[in-house]
Design a protein around this ligand. Structure first.
Ligand SMILES: CC(=O)N[C@H]1[C@@H](OP(=O)(O)OP(=O)(O)OC[C@H]2O[C@@H](n3ccc(=O)[nH]c3=O)[C@H](O)[C@@H]2O)O[C@H](CO)[C@@H](O)[C@@H]1O[C@H](C)C(=O)N[C@@H](C)C(=O)N[C@H](CCC(=O)O)C(=O)O
Ligand SMILES: Nc1ncnc2c1ncn2[C@@H]1O[C@H](COP(=O)(O)OP(=O)(O)OP(=O)(O)O)[C@@H](O)[C@H]1O
Ligand SMILES: N[C@H](CCC[C@H](N)C(=O)O)C(=O)O
Ligand SMILES: [Mg+2]
Length: 490
């Protein structure tokens, strides 16, 4: 494809013309005919690899005006990530007709996965892109990140369209939004789940973190898109601010929740298998039996319903599908029943807010004690560690602080910071031993919650060249520990 055509379509000036065979943001992936995006990153400056990219055959370089480019076309832009995305989006076409996005601190993966399930049950060929990878009607492939890089994202979308996928829901992380990793496609609806502390290692403060998320509504979605905003009973003012952003952009607004105007949740009662919901939508009142436990899963399921409705799906099909939603991997997943009879749940809670939500979900089902095992990730926001300890200690009877992906940090340091918020907690660094101790201790009326890793299948130790990923799956380990206790081997 001709560069001049891509530039014209993207409204970008190019002063020469060549044939383009692909796009790359890593010089090691450049082949002859590639357009290379040279960006300043958190670790290194991509501009340092421009010469190497040209050596490998790059025909054009998208970079800041001050970058040095000799031997290829310099497409100069003050925000090169944005310009690169605009060009690449013209190359990777066509993409699926219906694309929706979800942002928020917690609940993105659950919501995109539930949106995918609703579309699928309504007979559409649907996929999701996020922390669980790319999930299609035929299976799932990991991308390693919640929001893949722009080239992977766009090429995945066009690949999905080639496979006949018409509906895609993707997770827009704040890192992804601030690095322009999801741009250039027409997003017809965007969901917002909630907002609380996370990632303050990357964002300067909560306002900066929120501003990154607001790019989704301010810039990324289509002009006639719908904003689907969760409005719960106890929400902080952030969700109302999202409605303001959407209003200022002139988007259609769909509010969902106890305080929602479009989809109003009027009752939620736990049942044996899940929860019975009373929901008002378009003047009709419906009772829906959601086969999942926990208030947080209701928020995500109803936000997903809103996104499916915004994509044009018939309301009857949407509500029927909500009543058939399947659990999302690693989100309040019941891993095993301990020999004592205590159920053991695995959940991906890795913020204070999420721990609170996961514990609240289990509370109505505990007649004895709630035993919580968790840790905090290394080389990530330090300031969330003590609040996570506090959240766990506040509502659990027994807390065991353990390791969760220490990465480049000393795991004992991380545990110490978590323990500042939970001084009464027990400390067992080895995650398997911690899980074994929790399950061994649980009596028939107790529940064990293993939080932080959810669907993850490895423990990340070390960083840079010393990084290793040791196989570790909370669900599997919980089952093995239960078996070990049953054998009398613990
Ligand atoms: C902090 C962060 O977001 N980093 C991501 C980001 O890196 P960066 O743009 O800062 O890149 P960099 O490593 O400094 O390099 C700068 C540029 O030079 C290029 N380069 C680099 C080396 C080289 O030899 N040649 C070369 O061309 C790089 O491709 C890059 O374009 O872009 C890279 C390419 O896409 C990602 O691999 C990298 O993810 C790192 C590994 C990471 O751990 N990211 C996490 C924190 C993350 O993104 N998480 C979010 C949120 C999770 C959630 O809450 O759900 C996610 O969306 O997954
Ligand atoms: N709507 C919600 N409100 C509060 N907590 C939630 C909500 N949804 C999920 N959680 C908590 O957050 C955890 C992670 O959920 P999920 O994976 O859906 O979020 P995410 O936003 O994709 O996370 P990440 O930022 O890691 O990609 C869950 O296991 C649960 O503990
Ligand atoms: N067990 C994980 C959860 C990480 C969630 C991820 N989305 C992030 O914060 O980047 C950790 O802290 O390592
Ligand atoms: Mg996620």
């Amino acid at each position: 494809m001709k560069l001049s055509k891509l530039c014209a379509a993207a409204g970008i000036a190019c002063d020469a013309d060549v044939n383009v065979t692909g796009f790359a943001i890593d010089n090691r992936k450049v082949a002859p005919g590639t357009v290379f995006g040279a960006f300043q990153g958190a670790q290194v400056n991509g501009e340092d690899f421009i010469a190497a990219a040209i050596e490998s055959g790059a025909v054009a370089i998208v970079a800041r005006p001050e970058a040095v480019v000799n031997g290829a076309i310099h497409i100069a832009d003050d925000t090169p990530r944005r310009a690169f995305a605009a060009l690449a989006a013209r190359y990777f076409t066509p993409v699926p007709q219906h694309i929706v996005a979800v942002t928020g601190t917690n609940g993105k993966t659950s919501t995109v996965e539930m949106t995918r399930q609703i579309w699928r049950m309504a007979g559409e060929r649907a996929a999701s892109i996020g922390t669980l990878g790319v999930t299609t009607p035929d299976g799932s492939v990991s991308t390693g990140l919640t929001t893949p890089d722009i080239v992977t994202f766009l090429s995945n979308l066009s690949g999905l369209a080639r496979e006949g996928v018409t509906h895609v829901a993707f997770e827009a992380s704040s890192h992804g939004l601030s690095q322009f990793r999801n741009e250039g496609v027409s997003v017809e609806a965007a969901g917002f789940t909630n907002f609380s502390r996370d990632h303050l290692d990357y964002h300067a403060d909560m306002e900066d973190y929120f501003a990154a998320k607001m790019r989704l509504f301010d810039e990324v979605v289509a002009d006639d898109a719908t904003a689907v905003v969760w409005m719960g009973s106890g929400d902080s003012g952030w969700n109302a601010r999202v409605v303001k952003h959407a209003g200022a952009r002139g988007l259609k607004i769909m509010t969902v929740g106890e305080q929602g105007e479009t989809i109003r949740l009027t009752k939620r009662e736990p049942t044996q298998l899940g929860q019975s919901l009373s929901v008002e939508h378009e003047g009709k009142s419906r009772t829906i039996n959601l086969p999942l436990i926990g208030a947080y899963q209701v928020s995500n399921a109803l936000t997903a319903a809103g996104l499916a409705l915004a994509s044009g799906l018939d309301a009857g099909l949407v509500w029927d599908a909500v009543a058939r939603l399947q659990p999302v991997r690693g989100r309040l997943e019941r891993a095993v029943i301990a020999p004592s009879g205590a159920p053991v749940y695995v959940d991906y809670a890795h913020t204070a807010d999420a721990l609170e939500a996961a514990i609240q979900a289990l509370e109505p089902h505990v007649s004895g004690r709630l035993i919580t095992v968790f840790g905090a990730g290394g080389d990530r926001d330090h300031g969330k560690r003590a609040p996570m300890g506090e959240a766990a200690a506040k509502a659990s009877h027994v807390v065991i602080v353990t390791d969760d992906n220490p990465r480049g940090e000393d795991p004992a340091d991380i545990r110490r910071q978590v323990l500042e918020g939970a001084p009464q907690a027990r400390e067992i660094g080895d995650r398997r031993e911690a899980i074994l101790a929790a399950i061994a201790e649980a009596g028939a009326d107790d529940i064990v919650l293993i939080a932080g890793k959810g669907h993850e299948t490895g423990q990340i130790i070390g960083s840079g060249e010393n990084m290793r990923v040791l196989p570790f799956d909370d669900v599997e380990v919980a089952r093995e520990c239960a078996a070990q206790i049953a054998r009398g081997d613990a």
